[in-house]
Design a binder for this molecule. Structure first.
Ligand code: TZP
Ligand code: MG
Length: 212
């Protein structure tokens, strides 16, 4: 973990926030370290590793391998869901949602030098006290998505505009975002667009040309 990376990310939040999902990477015939390499080479400044399901030694090892690629490239490495794994891997950040450890407990575990992202899905969650512990907030699903099991209702561009009006923290939109709709998501007030399926090693260079 490098506290300077947290500061650099927060001073100028990356416009594009790719997520490497272990299952999606495998389905694409790739693996997280290979994806991390492609994303870092294209200029990504922050990347999240996400694994749903049992988190055993295999997942730990693949997360570590991806993290090492990112660290060497100076890319902020964020672990989804798991503060314990983030700490064990000396990651730069952890991203939790409504069903994970409470954000206050995560902040207590990780201290003040590690990035904390927190997912929200509606105005009530955005106005909850749990947001105060986060460095950045995510809002979504922006559009319909098949990458998440039991997704919350789609918030649409209206939901992103509303979220923008409710927080001054960096705002990351997620869910169903593609190269075709990313610009309108940014125009609606998101600081950053995040995606699992929409960002691929083949198209990441185009994503990196997006501007707020
Ligand atoms: N949170 C809200 S939607 C989503 C998450 C993690 C999945 C986003 O996946 P995709 O493939 O970019 O729609
Ligand atoms: Mg989660």
């Amino acid at each position: 973990m490098d506290a300077r990376l947290r500061s650099a990310v927060l001073a100028d939040f990356p416009v594009v926030y790719p997520i490497i999902d272990s299952g999606a990477a495998r389905a694409a015939g790739s693996d997280p370290a290979q994806m991390a390499h492609a994303l870092a080479s294209a200029g990504a400044r922050i990347v999240q590793y996400r694994h749903k399901g049992e988190f055993g030694r295999r997942q730990f090892d693949e997360a570590r391998a991806a993290g090492e690629v990112l660290r060497r490239a100076g890319v902020a490495f964020v672990v989804n869901d798991r503060a314990d794994i983030a700490l064990a891997l000396e990651a730069d950040g952890v991203h939790v949602g409504q069903d994970d450890l409470p954000s206050v407990e995560v902040r207590r575990l990780i201290g003040s030098d590690i990035l904390l992202g927190y997912s929200t899905h509606n105005a009530a969650q955005l106005s909850d006290d749990a947001c105060r512990w986060a460095d950045y907030l995510a809002i979504g699903p922006a559009f319909s998505t098949s990458s998440k099991r039991n997704p919350d209702p789609v918030v649409g561009l209206g939901g992103i505009r509303e979220a923008r009006s409710m927080t001054a923290k960096p705002l990351v939109a997620i869910g169903g975002i593609t190269l075709s709709n990313a610009s309108e998501v940014l125009a609606a007030g998101a600081d950053s667009v995040s995606a699992i399926s929409g960002i691929t090693p083949r198209n990441v260079a185009q994503w990196m040309r997006l501007r707020r």
